[in-house]
Design a protein around this ligand. Structure first.
Ligand SMILES: [Zn+2]
Length: 390
């Protein structure tokens, strides 16, 4: 395709089902995007990712820039070719990692220096100094060659004073404009000549007027999609709901809505779809899997009265997580979840076996667990899509 397209197919209440067409293929929404930080979804290979029915994966600009470095990716023809993934990919701009580094070090002893020109930061790998301008962030994403790229922004903490958030927002908006212009100068194409969709990011922390101002500014530009960022999104679902409520009337119907970093718990994903978001990503499912938390639960489609409100996620376990390290699973011969269509469950690997592998820190555990959790989130988004289309 020459250009990115998004078609809204159906709405049910605030819930949306659509199809995005990117340079490397179609993506049916709502969609959960597994995170492959360093050009790999930890413990999985590309065949596994395909088997999970992942339609699009995310990789991180900051991490790929530092290692293996942009030259290596460029010589492969981009990150997709580097990792053997020929389907759609999205890259973040590095803004979130820059923000996380700054927070780890505290406000006054920061590893990050922000100016109107960009962000200077210290590599977490070797302490070397680097600088990203908004143009640099786009250029690096051009070299990575993803189908969807993001503007460079400052992701501010909810605990910041309003005066700081206001100033930060001005910077984020001026960077968004510079990213947009740089993208236009490059004819909206990657270093390999393919169309790259650019999404703008709405910030503004937990201030309604700033969120609205940001939404108006970002939607006034011809971005291909609209993302909502910030510390709250995905980590504080009450706050996420509040923000979504403020933005609802401002967001255009005909552009995909991406809730950045949202998708740690199955319930969050269902909630966010009911808030009208189309795209989600989170390292949570793989990270939780590695720590012994395996998803368990179902969509409850029985309450016909709530057709517009949508189904709820129900589980026998808190946050939908079964803790495989628990002794009670030592001789439990059931699979993780009856009816789950993931490779781990359909192959008949028991909770007892997974408990053993986890306790013994066997490497195969990480693959079995990650396959289940990621497939769980993808299946949940597929089931929500079917529900919306039904
Ligand atoms: Zn499973």
């Amino acid at each position: 395709v020459k250009k990115f397209e998004f078609k809204l197919q159906k709405k049910k209440g605030a819930m949306r089902a659509g199809v995005m067409t990117t340079a490397r293929g179609e993506v049916q929404t709502p969609v959960f995007m597994p995170v492959g930080t360093a050009a790999t979804i930890k413990s999985l290979d590309t065949k596994d990712i395909n088997d999970l029915q992942a339609q699009i994966i995310l990789t991180n600009t900051y991490h790929l820039y530092l290692r293996p470095g942009i030259d290596i990716l460029n010589q492969h023809g981009g990150a997709g070719k580097f990792m053997g993934w020929d389907k759609p990919m999205l890259t973040d701009s590095g803004g979130f990692q820059v923000f996380s580094l700054g927070r780890q070090r505290g406000a006054n002893n920061s590893k990050v220096k922000l100016s109107d020109e960009g962000a200077e930061f210290t590599s977490h790998l070797d302490g070397s100094k680097h600088f990203f301008s908004p143009e640099d962030a786009i250029e690096i994403q051009r070299q990575i060659g993803a189908d969807i790229i993001m503007t460079f922004d400052e992701c501010v903490s909810d605990s910041e004073e309003k005066s700081y958030v206001k100033k930060s927002l001005e910077k984020t908006h001026s960077w968004a404009k510079r990213c947009y212009q740089f993208w236009e100068q490059n004819k909206r194409k990657s270093a390999y000549g393919e169309y790259q969709a650019l999404f703008g990011i709405i910030q503004g922390a937990m201030y309604q007027d700033l969120r609205e101002e940001s939404a108006k500014f970002i939607t006034s530009m011809d971005f291909d999609g609209i993302a909502v960022g910030g510390e709250t999104i995905g980590y504080n679902m009450a706050g996420t709901k509040e923000v979504a409520g403020w933005l609802e009337k401002i967001l255009p119907e005909n552009k995909p809505r991406y809730a950045m970093g949202l998708g740690r718990d199955p319930e969050n994903l269902v909630t966010a779809i009911k808030l009208g978001f189309d795209m989600f990503d989170c390292v949570g499912p793989t990270r939780l899997a590695r720590n012994g938390s395996l998803f368990h639960g179902n969509l409850d489609l029985s309450d016909k009265n709530s057709a517009d409100l949508g189904p709820n996620f129900v589980s026998d376990y808190p946050s939908g997580r079964l803790n495989i390290s628990n002794r009670k699973f030592a001789n439990d011969q059931k699979v993780i979840q009856e009816g789950c269509d993931c490779y781990t469950c359909t192959s008949g690997y028991t909770r007892s076996y997974l408990h053993h592998l986890y306790k013994a820190k066997e490497l195969s555990y990480y693959r079995f667990a990650s396959i289940h959790n990621v497939r769980f989130m993808i299946r949940l988004s597929q089931e929500m899509r079917s529900y919306i289309l039904s």
